[in-house]
Design a protein around this ligand. Structure first.
Ligand code: SF4
Length: 327
């Protein structure tokens, strides 16, 4: 499968905003840390035609920042984002219709004063994908495809439940006929039963439409459900990337192993017990990443080598990429 969207050595730094709290602290003589935060460091990956790449990691690991760079919403500080058939995109490229996004909070991403029929039709009309005359038919078709009654086109966002609003957000994104869909925590704000419905809808649409997708989630079980390949992020870098079935069956990186053991799992044997060994400690601040392997303060296998030298992301015999001295 060829790459349709890729990141080449992308890094993203954020300059901290000066808040009122900072001003007050400075006026009182306190030291305020003004260093830029590096959320993503030197990441390269590709999303291949027709696949779903899952991007997983703890909150604050940089996965949403990476997703926003790939979606063209944020410009990388260094490196390039490449969309097949176009020149490298060093800045924002949100003007393209070829990449569409679905975010965690559909209510925030829908205009509360716009009927959802108009919300779905607005982009395709603006970009010449449908005429005004054909728009109602197109809206009805997309509402049906995401499991909503076409009559709902006249309703406003506040008249829908969270799950229904996420269906609207998916319909709006797909009506733009994107080549790549970037989903950032699309089910994180929903109840578990609704999460399952939205994930099943996503799987159906993926199969019917042959979607290419970057699926970002902190939830390993969600990513496992939908992904062909998976990339695991820790403190702004990819630490393991490979076929999802392989990574879940035999994770190599101690962080991936820790994430999998952090999910409570019922063992259905005679001793029915919970196998639950969470990763200890907190994700370090990106302002002061640990030297060497950034995971070493939390890693049960850390050695002197780990504390002094950062392991490169390098291929193993089965094609999986792993950043660990001892895996
Ligand atoms: S390089 Fe060392 S500290 Fe880092 S994950 Fe591997 S074993 Fe653990």
């Amino acid at each position: 499968m060829s790459a349709i969207l890729s990141a080449e050595h992308v890094t993203r730094r954020f300059s901290p905003r000066i808040t009122l709290g900072d001003r007050i602290a400075a006026a009182l003589g306190a030291k305020v840390d003004r260093r830029p935060v590096q959320a993503v460091t030197d990441v390269s990956l590709e999303v291949r035609q027709g696949e779903t790449l899952g991007l997983v990691g703890e909150s604050g690991c940089g996965k949403s920042t990476l997703g926003r760079m790939l979606a063209g919403i944020l410009a990388p500080s260094e490196g390039e984002v490449l969309l097949s058939g176009t020149a490298p995109m060093r800045g924002k490229h949100k003007t393209t219709t070829r990449i569409q996004t679905v975010f965690q909070d559909p209510f925030a991403s829908l205009n509360p004063r716009m009927r959802i029929g108009e919300t779905i039709a607005e982009g395709p009309i603006t970009h010449g994908l449908v005429t005004r005359a054909r728009a109602p038919e197109m809206v009805a078709e997309w509402l049906r495809r995401v499991g909503l009654d076409p009559a709902f086109a006249t309703r406003f966002p506040h008249q829908f439940s969270g799950g229904q609003r996420q269906r609207v957000a998916i319909a709006r994104a797909l009506a733009m006929q994107p080549e790549v869909l970037v989903c950032d925590e699309p089910v994180a704000s929903l109840d578990v039963s609704i999460q399952a419905q939205i994930l099943n809808l996503f799987l159906e649409l993926r199969q019917d439409l042959g979607l290419t997708c970057l699926f970002i989630s902190h939830d390993l079980s969600v990513v496992r459900h939908v992904s062909d390949r998976v990339a695991v992020m820790y403190l702004g870098r990819i630490v393991e990337m490979g076929e999802a079935a392989r990574v879940y069956a035999a994770p190599r990186h101690p962080y991936t192993q820790g994430l999998l053991h952090s999910v409570p799992k019922l063992v259905l044997d005679s001793n029915a017990a919970l196998e639950f060994r969470p990763i200890t400690g907190e994700l370090p601040s990106p302002l002061s990443p640990p030297p060497g392997c950034a995971f070493h303060p939390r890693c049960p296998k850390a050695t002197e080598l780990c504390r002094g030298e950062r392991p490169p992301l390098s291929p193993r015999e089965d094609g999986t990429l792993v950043a660990c001295h001892h895996a």
